[in-house]
Design a protein around this ligand. Structure first.
Ligand SMILES: [Zn+2]
Length: 366
């Protein structure tokens, strides 16, 4: 059975009851590998479950996590076939049972992490430390598809003024950066913060959040074009991390003091310089290791300067709601580098791997 025309279709193909979609277009992965393992195909729709919401995806942003999940080898692997996509915005397609505050057709974005909702961590608001924590598109099916299903607790209604492409570009990186700077490092007004890789999603989010807090931001990037964009986002000073000595520049910019906080998300290539850039009693907060898994630390810096190194993983649903309030008020804005059709997912992955983008690459669905 083929759909007569995809153009202008509002709903994926409908089943006999006229309500329940039976299949959808999706980018499906049946093995780990390069971008060519991402294939567009007809796939069974996600169905419905009590307490969960079926969402018609309108936009889905890429994250580095998509690349890790596609390549395999690190952490928990999804079951195949698998659908990628952590960052989703769209409309509620169906509610299996009424849920207060949610209605069919409502415009929403999704919190990317799901959890049991009942354990001690969940009840303490630390749902990203739940033993059942799962990420849409990494551990369960995500948004490279016309439909996705998720728990009602993950649904965040968005104002009409916010485009789906912007909403999709928001959750994962702003949630992560908010967790790092606000919840973990407790960045304070007038402190100095070093943000690596301003062109990355976490980088562009961290610069903006740090400026809202009232901190002074030193951002790095690998090209003059990206440095100029970092300054447009509010960075007070910028450093070319390929052409310049980052540690020396940080010392120069802070009267030899160093920065109180480093936003570290690149790992091996930057770790040692992150440690050396810290002021006495400085805090290094890390959420990732995109350039390699190991970092060298001279321990004498750790104890003599009384440094704190802290890990940060995703963020709680409350972290996302706190960040989203500033997004909806126009004080934080995701930077969208390019919007591509869903079918171009392999090309979108190649673009991300080439690392020439500034901000988010977004897939438009439907
Ligand atoms: Zn839990």
């Amino acid at each position: 059975m083929k759909r007569a025309s995809r153009k202008g279709a509002i709903l994926p193909r409908l089943g006999g009851d006229g309500m329940m979609p039976t299949s959808m277009r999706a980018i499906v992965m049946r093995a780990h590998g390069g971008p060519d393992v991402l294939r567009e195909e007809d796939f069974p729709d996600p169905g419905r479950r009590p307490g969960e919401v079926l969402v018609r995806v309108r936009a889905c942003a890429l994250n580095h996590l998509d690349l890790w999940t596609r390549r395999g080898g690190a952490g928990r692997s999804p079951a195949f076939p698998h659908i990628l996509g952590n960052d989703i915005a769209g409309e509620i397609a169906a509610l299996p049972a009424p849920i207060e505050g949610l209605t069919a057709g409502q415009r929403v974005m999704l919190s990317p992490g799901t959890s049991c909702g009942r354990c001690r961590m969940c009840l303490a608001g630390e749902d990203n430390s739940c033993r059942d924590y799962r990420i849409l598109g990494a551990h369960v099916h995500g948004g490279y598809a016309e439909l996705v299903r998720c728990p009602a607790a993950n649904v965040v209604p968005i104002p009409d003024a916010i485009a789906f492409e912007d909403a999709a570009a928001f959750p994962l990186v702003f949630l992560t950066a908010w967790r790092m700077l606000v919840t973990r490092a407790r960045l304070a007004r007038d402190e100095d913060v070093l943000v690596w890789a301003a062109g990355s999603g976490v980088g562009m989010a961290a610069i903006q959040i740090a400026k809202v807090i009232g901190a002074r931001v030193i951002a790095t990037a690998g090209s003059e074009g990206k440095l100029a964009k970092a300054r447009e986002l509010g960075a007070d000073a910028t450093i070319d991390h390929h052409a310049q000595d980052v540690v020396a520049e940080v010392r120069g910019l802070t009267a030899k003091k160093g920065v109180e906080v480093v936003v570290e998300h690149t790992g091996q290539q930057t770790w040692e310089r992150s440690i050396l850039s810290l002021a006495h009693r400085g805090r290094l907060v890390t959420c990732g290791a995109t350039t390699g898994p190991e970092g060298k630390t001279a321990l004498r810096h750790l104890f003599a300067k009384q440094l704190t190194v802290m890990g940060s993983y995703m963020g709680s649903k409350a972290d996302l709601l706190d960040a989203a309030a500033l997004f909806f008020a126009g004080r934080l804005r995701p930077v969208v580098h390019e919007v591509l059709p869903l079918a171009d997912a392999p090309r979108a992955h190649e673009m991300m791997e080439a690392s020439r983008h500034f901000g988010k690459i977004v897939l438009k669905v439907g």
